[in-house]
Design a protein around this ligand. Structure first.
Ligand SMILES: NC(=O)c1ccc[n+]([C@@H]2O[C@H](COP(=O)([O-])OP(=O)(O)OC[C@H]3O[C@@H](n4cnc5c(N)ncnc54)[C@H](O)[C@@H]3O)[C@@H](O)[C@H]2O)c1
Length: 356
């Protein structure tokens, strides 16, 4: 495979993982890392050919073929527009924007300039979850009818991140909405969400939620999210079908078991997303670079981002209006007037969340 020249825009938690993975790949030249607040110490170790505080320098560099966008979510859409106009192939972290209109605009920009847009739904590339998908696709459990997804963070991210995250459905559960679509190959038609606030430090922020989904074949999915699973980064799926079930549990750094009179003790599962999904983060970039090098469609693209964001918005409507919501009917999925447009809608506030 030919070599591809890639820049990383935004080098916080996610961007560093991406830059370090790219730096290790044989068919990649890490052409630049770009961040207005560069961490000099980290930069000196990563081995990028150029270092920049201004994304315009990346877009102007004709030797750079592709960009990985890992800036905060509020920056994604404008960066995608500019990257597409500069003819760069694009990998963008999830979520692409804060509402379906924003995602659709990003997809249109990529299409209009004829560039690829791959989305950072990294969990599709996790070997365990991929195996679940393969077993289902091979028909081993028959037709799936119930899906359970557990997605819990050990602790909330930094408050500054939370406030710009778009809330639990757009930021966290969006992975699970994508996972349900990925595992079943089905679309979600109806959503019922309940949420609560366990930690009052980010006002209005729902930090635990149940979301029930109905799929287009009548199957049901249940997602449980929390930002307070004190024991680990808890990531599990189970799919029940007409002929059996398939499940994937947590992954631990080692399989060591200590047995003593006090009991049996094993390692806790991974606590940090970049460790639990280390293989997935590397594999999604391998796929991206491979698609760029060979001119292939991305494995996970704009249509997937749009579908997941429509579900997230329907979940938020459901939470606020305390009723099941058809994805096709969610007002947030169809911004009709100005106050619902991205810049006017305050995504931080979810005032309908009861606190306990
Ligand atoms: N796929 C995953 O599992 C996963 C995990 C974490 C974060 N994310 C996503 O990645 C994105 C970044 O999240 P994070 O946790 O790394 O955030 P972060 O706050 O740790 O890092 C963001 C970085 O972007 C920089 N930045 C701000 N504006 C910029 C601009 N215009 N151009 C370039 N850089 C800019 C900031 O200085 C900061 O260093 C978010 O969209 C988030 O949802 C995805």
């Amino acid at each position: 495979v030919r070599s591809v020249s890639v820049a990383v825009i935004g080098t916080g938690r996610a961007g560093r993982v991406h830059a370090e993975n790219l730096a290790r790949m044989r068919n990649v030249r890490l052409a630049a890392v770009c961040d207005p607040l560069l961490d000099e110490q980290w930069v000196s170790g990563v081995g990028a050919a150029h270092v920049s505080r201004d994304a315009d320098e990346v877009f102007a560099d004709r030797a750079i073929e592709a960009v990985v966008i890992a800036a905060p979510t509020r920056e994604h859409l404008q960066l995608i527009r500019r990257a597409a106009a500069a003819g760069k192939q694009i990998f963008c972290e999830k979520p692409v924007a804060f509402d379906p209109a924003g995602v659709a605009e990003a997809v249109a920009a990529a299409r209009d300039y004829g560039v690829m847009l791959q989305i950072g739904f990294n969990r599709r590339f996790d070997p365990t979850f991929r195996r679940v998908r393969e077993r289902i696709a091979a028909g081993e459990i028959g037709e799936p009818n119930i899906v359970h997804v557990v997605d819990r963070d050990p602790r909330p991210p930094a408050r500054a991140f939370l406030e710009g995250s778009g809330g639990i459905f757009r930021d966290l559960a969006i992975h699970d909405f994508d996972m349900v679509r990925y595992l079943t190959g089905r679309e979600v038609v109806e959503v019922y969400a309940l949420g609560m606030t366990l930690d009052g430090s980010a006002p209005g922020e729902v930090d635990a939620a149940f979301t029930t989904l109905r799929l287009d074949n009548g199957a049901l999915a249940q997602i449980t999210n929390s930002r307070h699973a004190v024991y680990c980064y808890d990531q599990r799926v189970e799919v029940l079908g007409s002929r059996g079930s398939v499940a994937a549990g947590n992954v631990s750094p080692s399989s060591t078991v200590v047995m003593s009179a006090a009991g049996v003790r094993r390692d806790a599962p991974f606590e940090v997303f970049s460790e639990r999904f280390a293989q997935a983060f590397a594999a999604e970039l391998h796929a991206f670079v491979g698609s760029v090098a060979e001119g292939r469609e991305p494995e996970v693209g704009g249509a997937d981002a749009l579908a997941a964001m429509r579900i997230a918005c329907a979940a938020e409507t459901s939470l606020c209006e305390r009723r099941p919501v058809a994805v096709a009917d969610s007002p947030l999925c169809h911004p009709k007037d100005d106050h619902q447009k991205e810049e006017h809608h305050d995504h931080r506030r979810q005032p309908c969340a009861p606190s306990i």
